[in-house]
Structures are given as C-alpha cells and as structure tokens.
Ligand binder design. Sequence first.
Ligand code: ADP
Length: 484
Amino acid sequence: MRSAPFWAIASVVELVLGENASVAERSRLAALRGLFPPRTAPVIVPVCAAAAAVVGLALAQGGASHLAGPAAALLLAATLAEAFPVPIERVAAGATSFANVFIATAAVVYGWRTAVLIGAGSMLAVELYRRTPAVRIAYNSALYALAAAAAGLGVEPLPDRFKTGLLASLCFYAVDVILLAAVLARIRSERYVSVARSFFLSTLSPFVVMAAVTGVLVQLWRQSPWWSLLLAPPLVAIGMHQRSLLETVRRQRELDTLKDEFIAVISHELRTPLASVYGAAVTLEERDLDNEMRWRLLGVIRRESARLATVVNDVLWASRLEAKKTRSEPEWCDTALLVSEAVARAAELSPENVSIVAEADSVVARVDPAQLRMVLANLIDNAVKYSPQGGTVDVRVEQSNGHIRFLVSDEGIGVPEAERERIFDKFIRLDPEMSRGIGGTGLGLYICRELVGQMGGRIWVSANQPRGSTFAFEIPAEEGGAEA
Ligand code: ADP
C-alpha cells in the first residue's frame, strides 16, 4: 500500500509525477521541460515558492528553537505517522497519514513557526527515504508546510483557553485539501469545485476522528508531554487493526472476483460436454448410421461424460475440502497398482498424439486410496490437457529418505517460474480467457495440494527438460510399511 501525504494525495498525482521522473531519466533536456506534469505548473510553482518563503521565515524567526526540547518528539511522531499511514476504506489514496495530529498539536502548543518546520521536515524525511521524484518531494513538503502555517496562524489570535486543537486541525485540513484539489483538477482537467467537493466528502469522517485526537493530544501535552505517551498504544492498535482489516477486505474482494470468474468458467465447462453428449445421442437415434459412425458417437459420449464427471467431481471435492469434511481413511495399498489404474483410465480418454508411460516399482504405503487416486488423476489429466502439441507423459514413483515420491512429467506448455506457487491456489488458471482453448475449473491443483497436505506430504512443480513441466509430490512412507 502506498502512502499519501495528509488525507489523500491520490495515486493519480503519484502516477503523473512518477512518470515525470522517468522522462527526466531519459534526457536532461526532457527533465527540464517535463519537470511539472502538464498543466500543473501554475499550481505547483506558486505553492512551492510560498512554502519556501514560509519555511525561510519560520527558520529566521527561531521556529527551530523548540525542536531542541519536547517538540522534537512531535517531529518524530509526525515522521513515523507519515511513514506508516493507516489505510482507510473509501479514502481514494488508499492510506491516510495521522501526521497532521502531531503537526496541528505543534501549531497550537509551539506556534506556526515550529509547526511549519515539523510539517515540512516530517514529509521531507519520509519522501527522501522513499526516494520519490524531486518534484513530488517538493510539492508534498510544501503542502504540509503551508497547511501547518495555516494551522498555527489560524489559532494565534485566540485566547489560550480556546486553543483546543480543533480549529488548528480544521485549518490544516482545509488548506491541504484545497491545494490538493487544485493539482488534481488540473491533472484530470476537471472542474475545481467538483474535485474539491468529492475530496471533502470522502475525507470528512477521518478528519473528524483526527481533529478529536488532536484535541485530546493538545490537552495531554499541556499537562505534560509525558502524559501524551498514553495516546500511543490506542493509536498504534487502531492503525494495526485497520491495516489487517483492509488486507482482509482486499483478499475477500480478490476471492469474489475469482468466484465470479469461476462461475463463468464452470458454466462453460458443463455446457460444452453436455452439448456434445446431447448432439451425439440425437444423431445416434437415426437408424441409417453405419457401425463406424455409431462407435465414433459412442466414443464422444463416453469421453464427454467422463469430462463432465471430472468437473463435477472437482467441484464436490473442493467444497468438501472447504467445509473440512474430507476424512482420510488410510489403508495399505500398492501405489504401483494405483498408478497403473490412473494411467489406464487417463489413456482411455487421452488424444492419440499423447502417450502415457508409467514406471513404478511396487511400493506399499498406508494412504487413503480415493485421495491418492484423485491426486494422480488430476495431475495426469493436466499433463495430457496441457500438452496440446502431444508428447509423452511420464509417471514415476520413487522412494527416498522415508518418503514416497510421485512424479508426473509432460512435454507440454510448461508453467512459468513466477507462477509455480500460485497455480496451487483455488480458482487460479493461467489462461482464464482460454485463449489456448484448454478448459478447466482452476480447482484441480488446489485439491491436489490440500489432499497431499492431509497425507502429511507436499507438492510442487518444476520445469521438465527440454520442455514441459514435472509435478511432484511426496508423502511419508510409514515405518515398516513401505517396501521396495
Ligand atoms: P484447471 O482446471 O484449469 O486445469 P488446475 O488447478 O488443475 O486447474 O491447474 C491450474 C492451472 O495451472 C491451469 O489452469 C494451468 O494454467 C496450470 N497447469 C496445471 N497443470 C499444468 C501442466 N501440466 N502444464 C502446464 N500448465 C499447467
């Protein structure tokens, strides 16, 4: 999650300014010309110039003197808050910094000069650490400097008892959003008023929270800066909770999208074989078919119904695994026998250009045969399915270091290295648009991983030489049970 300066430097600003930097790298001339995103210079130049003047004045008038005392703690807190922004749902930039709480407090307690230095200093430190492009560093720091100045000057004429922190917070907020909206309106070529309105609306509720926190901090700070430390645990806890909540929401949304895709895929996966079975059955009803045609049609029905059964089976297994309703019923089995059964079943349905060979010594293991069959069937089916140009699928069983290792190698399209972890997740298909015309539900490898896990083993994929992939899984060979 990227951070934003106070409230919401929307990612679009980052994007445009970021692009600007890459232009700058190309040539110095382009860098000079492209220093400001198109149309934003009339906003960025005066904002930065005004901020430079304000910072200069603050330094000249001794704003830094307080930083030798407890105000340094506010600078540190603002910098940390800026470095670890809190994600807030519905705030456009994704993450909101609490730095304004500490800057507004400084404005109330130490005056605008110190607040300006804390505002600009905290942003400068974080942006320099992040190595953001120079224009962005300047603009974001300027925004904080001017907002901090507004916060301090806004409360200066008030008598002390009215300096609660609320007005300072409001001034900071208003200046920040007004200037931010000015840049965004230019970048998006939108009306200033509508950009500003949407900003104010989307950030109003977090603003109320932060203004209230500022009020509390100001009161505590006045009693003693030490008392303010009491605010740290709840603020940190809220920040961490908010982060984990947003991460959960993000994952949930990702899963929802995958489920939507899954529904589209599964409808296709069910409809296609059904249509073939129906078509073949209707044609078979005609009496004047020769024998060869009858056998061909029967073959179609057999293949397509097996495909249907596989899809339905995958969905059932996945839902049982999800509901944790799969119970392992281990028994002593000859793994070589299970392998040869799986190979024979797959060979019946595989296209002519794919040959499946098995090389398995007789290894007896204590496993649930239904689960092992399911894993083998899925891996062999995939090996055949993802070998559209044909080739050999090689199934082997080996024994090593107290484990039984099963290997299914193919000469097919292979799995890119970057995807070798992800493909075992639920609903993940590397080609969801089916541009290669290979169907599937994205459940097979998820089921394999879960079942192998239940057997106490692990599964992985590596590249096969010279092409294709090798899926391997190993399960523990029980003491005294396994024999070569
Ligand atoms: P699917 O029903 O899509 O085959 P799986 O969970 O079995 O679902 O596989 C997930 C994805 O992993 C597939 O969509 C495919 O992109 C990739 N994949 C699986 N097996 C192979 C293989 N043997 N060769 C190449 N890619 C594979």
